[in-house]
Ligand binder design. Structure first.
Ligand code: SF4
Length: 206
């Protein structure tokens, strides 16, 4: 008499111990039996590329102030931005294609921000996270840039002071949608105006 396996109900659903039991699939309306084989599907190359780009965004590390704490929380386990393929924050702009400007940007920091943006390879995108990055927030004074869209082309603005990680995720999903739909970046504000920022950093002349 064989022993009854007490783990059988678990093993039936575990893919680490025994293969899953294949359940019979329902018949489709035209009578073709679905067998799990995808067969052929067609798409367009630009859609496939957009899908790939949107699902593997690598943000540059660019926390400027309090909003950065919320950005860090977005990477942690509770919100887990890696679900959307963006957990790889890069310390080098050469390896990043997304800049999340998290916090207020001072006038002195503006050339640094622009330099990092310029060093990122194309295609690249920018999210302005929070009221300060979007419009200066409560810092309506001479020291703070009144919106980083005066320095870099911003694809998505996220309001709030600070925006919650959920809001950043929503903005991030909106950016993914823009990329998938092929919506281009907004015009570069510096190229459009012909203005030049002082810098680069370390090149100041007294
Ligand atoms: S929007 Fe609020 S939380 Fe974010 S950097 Fe400005 S003051 Fe800080």
């Amino acid at each position: 008499m064989g022993l009854k396996n007490p783990w059988e109900p678990v093993q039936a659903y575990s893919n680490t111990q025994t293969p899953r039991l294949r359940k019979p699939l329902p018949m489709s309306v035209n009578g073709h039996e679905k067998d799990g084989d995808f067969g052929i599907f067609t798409t367009q190359v630009n859609k496939l590329i957009g899908w790939g780009r949107s699902s593997s965004l690598w943000p540059a590390l660019f926390g400027l102030a309090c909003c950065a704490i919320e950005m860090m929380a977005t990477s942690a386990d509770r919100f887990d931005i890696s679900r959307f393929g963006a957990e790889v924050y890069r310390a080098s702009p050469r390896q990043a294609d997304l800049m999340i400007v998290a916090g207020r940007c001072s006038v002195k920091m503006a050339p640094v921000l622009r330099q990092i943006y310029d060093q990122m390879p194309e295609p690249k995108w920018v999210i302005a996270m929070g009221a300060c990055a979007s419009c200066g927030g409560v810092f309506n004074n001479y020291a703070i840039v009144q919106g980083v869209d005066k320095i870099v082309p911003v694809d998505v603005f996220i309001p709030g002071c600070p925006p919650t990680p959920d809001m950043l995720l929503f903005g991030f999903n909106e950016l993914q949608r823009k990329i998938r739909e092929g919506i281009p970046n907004p015009p570069d504000p510096l190229k459009a105006s012909g203005l030049k920022l002082g810098g680069p950093v370390g090149d100041e002349r007294g």
